[in-house]
Every structure is written in C-alpha cells, then in structure tokens.
Design a protein. Sequence first.
Length: 341
Amino acid sequence: MRIAIHHREGSYSTQWIAYCKAHGIDYKVVNAYDSDIISQVSDCDIFLWHFHQGIAADMNFAKQLLFSLEEAGKVVYPNFRTGWHFDDKLGQKYLFEAMGIPAAPSYAFYDEKSALEWAKKTSYPKVFKLRGGAGSYNVELAKDYNDAKRFIVKAFRSHYPAYDKRRHFFRTVAEWRKGSAPFRNVPGALSLFFRSLPNDRLPDHKEYVYFQEFIPNTGQDYRVEICGDKCIAMVRYCRKGDFRASGGHNDHFEKELIEADVIKFGFETACKLQVQSAALDIVRHRETGALYIVEVSYCYGVDNDEFEHGYWTEDAVWHSDPFNGIDWIIEEVIEEYKSKK
C-alpha cells in the first residue's frame, strides 16, 4: 500500500504525513496542480487531498481530479459521495430532498420573475445564502419582502462576489459594537482591502437565488463532526444580537450540552449520505424539538483545542481518551482500501 498526499501548509496533509512516518506507511508527497499528476500517483493506491473552498485554484478542478482517480480504481479522500456537494448549498438542497433527510426547507430560483412571485407570497423571515461560503459569510436574514426583493434583484441584475471585503469589514465593526468581537478584529478586516487573497479569484455568484427557512431555535446550533463510528460534537451559540452561530467561535464541548438524539441524528444523516467524513450543522426547532440539518461539509475546521474535549461513538457514549480527528480520516481511508482489496 502506498499513499499519495497533496501537501499544503495549514491543511490536514501535515498530520497525514506525520501519521505515515509514525506508522511506517509508504507515502509520497505530490503536487495536484502539476499537469502530470495522474502519472505522479500511478504507483499509489490512495490519494489524499484536503482541498479548500476559499482557494479558487482548488475549486477549479479538485472534485474532477479526485473523481477521475476514483473511477480509475484508486481510493481517494474525499471520494465522490463525500465531496461532490462541498461548498455547494444548492447541490445540498437537492441531495437532502432526494434522500429524505430532515433539512431546513429551502427554495431555489433561476429567474427573477419566479423568485419575486414567490417572495410576495411567502412568510418571513427567510435566510438568504449564496451557494458557497463558510463561517456564515454570504448568509443574511430577509426580514420582509423588501429585503428579499433586494437580494433577488442584485442576483439577477448584478452579481455577488464570492468574498465581499466591504461586507466583511462592516460586519466586523457591527459585531465589535455589539460586544461579540474584539476591537483587534476591526483593523484586520480593514487591511483586507489592501492585499490580495486566494478567494478574491473565486467566481461571482449570479443568475440564481437561494433562500432557506429560518428555524426558530434557542440561540444555538449543533456542530457534529463525524468520521467512521466516532464524532466530535459541540454547541455553538449565536453572536450577540445575531441569528448566526457558525463562525462566531462561541463553542462549548461540555458533554452535558449534547443530547443523545443529536448524536443519533448526525450518524443517521452521515450513513444516508454514505460519506467518509462529514461536518454537519444541525439546529433544533424551539417549539417542536425536531432536528434539521442546515448544511454539510466533507471536512471540519480544526481549532487549537478541537481534540481536547473528548468524543462520542455511534452508540451516543462519550469517551475521554486522547484522540486526533485528522488521524481518524486517514485510518478510515486505509480501512476502505483494505476492505476493497
């Protein structure tokens, strides 16, 4: 068994390389951007690439390369089922509906007339989202028809940048004024105007509009990060005066906060999707108690203390053993390769 790893500083690849060295696993570092990448991995059985939604070059071809290698018989991470819908909320809408997965109801339109007709008849609030983006960026609340109309008109008569530096700056200032973000974040947001970022080259969003039902909750959501039969779970509280929890970094891992039905719901969803790993955003309805998935990612962002709070197994039992959630992924892929052999 030989593993090919595309290396990028700050990605899972650093830990994957360390894991291979520690366990005596034959591996090679490759460059997915090279035109001869297929040749580079020809002598490998597994290919790992932690590609990123904020890097335009990654999003240009990562899914296509991974699927091509999978079709050729190699075990890849992420594989097609795990990664095709990554950073694509429109794709996830249709996937959840087709698979019968309880999800926040969503609405997609591809012409202005149909969208405006719907907006006149629907109830509010609704959550407006672009199909891509993480940390609740590109997510806004339409409180009434006028808000919805504004979002719709811009989508069809102009465009939305994938990453709006101006919006990010004013959002940071607003959070600082509310006391939900430190002042040091404001100069950092302002500095973005004066430097180029990889996500500056992501394509604009236009010719579609996407809304999601606002699920009334108690000011929090759940983040469940699954790989195999294990998961990390946390409660994320909304920012002060805001409806969004993702990206606020007000995360709590205390096991008492995580109900057994949240763990069960997460594993059932991952099983239906047949994914190697998943990071699920889940919300509970304040009145009915029902759980809904809001969106899914194939990978999970790793904070400094992410792996220091214990983990859960599929039977909803909490474990305090030391672990590394990135190691889980390479172990899962190796088991997949052994099963295939």
